[in-house]
Design a protein around this ligand. Structure first.
Ligand SMILES: *Cc1c(COP(=O)(O)O)cnc(C)c1O
Length: 362
């Protein structure tokens, strides 16, 4: 059982080995408390330090300006699909949603419930699942509450790398599988949210980075647990938080910093994804039709030209220690999720396997 395993799961996804070893090492006696991290109060002084360091690491790594607050929310990114229209619609009856894949489409479906009557502006459908229209062609309306889009569609493997420039609009982004993978200019956004289990830590924690002017928008009918103003007032501890996820996410952020910060991972992520896309493009055996401008560097999707080989590809990849390459059931095919924690050696092992598999079955 000493064979190296590479985990390509889309989420929950692999965590850095170094972080897992640290958790193991201090699991029974965290911070010399004589107790485990999962046994102590979220209000204890020891845990308070975890929160402060988590927030400070995020501010430093992502260069989050002072006029933005950070909330750690329950309910996953899906919870934000509701929290966003609830908190941000105000007197408006509609919002602009860019449909670029599975997650942005589902965010739109959720928001539709709050718009009257079923009034939502869906923009820039992705064209044959191959590319997304450039932002200047997004026909944003004046009388809508905000603009929502998803820069990385985790299931479809489609990314939007352009940064928004809509100064008159509240811009909201689902960064679940994009956050910390490359440099972003926070000031271009009003609200960024991300569930943790892709590129940050274990599931259960949802990061919300919010311009402080949006904290004034209130509506008594919003469930307190989704109300940004309330969550801010209670310092993200209106209910008992997922303390373990907060703690592990803090360790992951320290690991990112130690390795050279976002700059380092941006380069590495580019290198890893290019290696894979080059392997796919070189042959007629593997297929990915997504336009170069929209190819995801986090979730590389591909199909076999001959789908009859799908089962054997999956079986052989597993046998070779390359785990969870099966694509999401709504799109089929294969998907290699290669977040920050995936080392270059993992992608190299996958590429080697793909080349050999093609030699044998191509
Ligand atoms: C995983 C994911 C979600 C859903 O996250 P949950 O934590 O399961 O709610 C939403 N959007 C994107 C882009 C995702 O990758």
């Amino acid at each position: 059982m000493n064979k190296i395993i590479y985990n390509f799961s889309a989420g929950p996804s692999m965590l850095p080995q170094e972080v897992l070893l640290q958790i193991k090492h201090e699991f029974l006696n965290w911070n010399d408390t004589g107790t485990s991290i999962i046994e102590i109060s979220h209000r204890s002084l020891d845990f308070l330090q975890v929160i402060q360091e988590l927030e400070q690491s995020l501010r430093n790594l992502l260069c989050i300006p002072n006029e933005y607050v950070i909330l750690f929310c329950p309910g996953g990114a899906r919870g934000q699909f509701d929290a966003i229209p609830m908190n941000l619609l105000r007197h408006f009856h509609s919002a602009d949603y860019i449909n670029s894949g599975y997650w942005s489409y589902n965010a739109m479906l959720e928001a539709k419930k709050y718009c009257s009557p079923n009034n939502i502006n869906v923009l820039s459908n992705y064209q044959n699942k191959k590319f997304v229209l450039p932002m200047k062609k997004w026909n944003i309306k004046n009388n809508t509450a905000y603009l929502h889009y998803c820069p990385n569609e985790t299931i479809d493997g489609i990314s939007i790398y352009e940064e928004p420039n809509f100064p008159d609009k509240i811009v909201v982004g689902d960064f679940s599988s994009f956050i910390l993978s490359r440099k972003i200019n926070i000031k271009k956004y009003d609200l960024i949210y991300a569930s943790a289990q892709k590129n940050l830590g274990p599931s259960g924690l949802t990061l919300v980075i919010l311009k402080n002017t949006l904290l004034n928008m209130n509506n008594k009918l919003i469930p307190s647990i989704l109300n940004y103003k309330k969550l801010f007032k209670y310092q993200s501890m209106f209910n008992t938080p997922v303390t373990f996820s907060w703690y592990v996410s803090g360790l992951v952020l320290k690991w990112i910093k130690k390795n050279g910060g976002i700059q380092f991972f941006e380069k590495l992520n580019y290198q890893k994804s290019q290696l894979l896309y080059n392997t796919i493009d070189r042959s007629g055996f593997y297929i990915n039709h997504i336009h170069n401008n929209n190819r995801s560097q986090m979730n590389v999707t591909f199909n076999l030209k001959n789908p009859k080989l799908n089962n054997i590809f999956l079986k052989k990849s597993m046998e070779n220690g390359l785990k969870f390459l099966k694509g999401h059931k709504v799109v089929g095919g294969f998907r290699a999720s290669i977040y920050n924690a995936m080392p270059l050696s993992g992608v190299q092992a996958l590429v080697q396997f793909m080349i050999q598999f093609e030699k044998k079955y191509g």
